[in-house]
Design a protein around this ligand. Structure first.
Ligand code: MG
Length: 289
């Protein structure tokens, strides 16, 4: 199932993306976060109950970020070619990391499909993109083994790990990657039963229709199961938490010449089996006036 959070003239609620439209699950199941907590048993009921339900045409609804994560754990330098291009252009280490490089993005950074990425020219002239497979946790995970790790995944989505390259501070990425609108998320969550192997997915990103990133999740240095095992060795992952699993090569800083986002640009991050997450870039200083 491809699950979304959508609204029309009523409040936002969960739906199933199907046949070019959205099946309305109504308000009886709470939010999509509640559906994630309820897990597989509820999914089975929903699949049966809404098997023949009509769809609302996509152009009559608005999609939102699927849910508000409790936390977003980011993974840096998780694709070999991206480690290489980063060491060349972003002053990171040349050697492949021996353990996952982890950081955090706050929930306030999340925006949904078609919502603007804020470009603040007072804060950055190096606003960059990173198309990443997002893992949505479904069951509380603490000290989980690699073998059991994927049992804790609810599904998969897309996060664009937006980064102000010139705002890295004292080696920390939090302000560079954590600002408002720096975590476009969505448009849907593909439930894990339909993506049993997350390490086979094509992913890529376009800016104004031009291909910037192209990769496959098989090139992750630390696959999803290993990331979950590593993170949960010391940190509980809860239902609705999101892991942004790292970017393939082709970020703006590594283009020749370097290329960064500016107001008016449109960014589209696509992952096979999940969809396309599209966001325009706007000038936040103009917006704020
Ligand atoms: Mg990243």
């Amino acid at each position: 199932m491809l699950l979304v959070t959508f609204s029309d003239d009523r409040t936002a609620r969960p739906g199933i993306l199907r046949d070019g439209g959205v099946v309305d699950l109504g308000e009886g199941y709470g939010t999509l976060s509640d559906v994630v907590v309820a897990g597989a048993a509820l999914l089975e009921k929903i699949a049966v109950r809404f098997a023949d339900a009509p769809v609302l045409p996509l152009d009559t609804v608005r999609l939102h970020a699927p849910l508000r994560p409790g936390k977003i754990v980011g993974v840096g330098l998780n694709y070999v070619e991206h480690v290489e291009e980063s060491s060349r252009t972003l002053d990171t280490a040349k050697d492949l990391p021996t353990r996952p490089v982890l950081f955090s993005k706050p929930a306030t950074a999340v925006v949904g499909p078609d919502e603007p990425i804020q470009h603040d020219g007072d804060l950055t002239s190096q606003l960059d993109w990173e198309c990443e497979l997002a893992v949505v946790i479904g069951r509380t995970a603490r000290r989980v083994s690699v073998d059991d790790a994927l049992d804790h995944v609810f599904g998969y989505s897309i996060v664009n790990d937006i980064s102000a390259r010139d705002q890295r501070r004292s080696g920390q990425w939090f302000f560079s990657k954590g600002q408002d609108s720096y975590a476009p998320f969505g448009p849907a969550i593909r439930t894990a039963d339909e993506l049993p192997d997350p390490q086979t997915l094509d992913l890529g990103l376009k800016v104004n229709g031009e291909v910037m990133q192209k990769g496959n999740s098989k090139h992750m240095l630390f696959p999803v199961a290993q990331l979950i095992a590593d993170i949960t060795s010391g940190m509980t992952l809860e239902p609705g938490d999101v892991i942004a699993t790292g970017s393939p090569q082709g970020v703006g800083a590594a283009q020749n010449p370097p290329r960064f986002l500016k107001p008016g640009d449109v960014v589209e991050a696509t992952i096979e089996g999940i969809g396309t997450l599209r966001n325009p870039v706007v000038d936040s200083r103009v917006d704020a006036r």
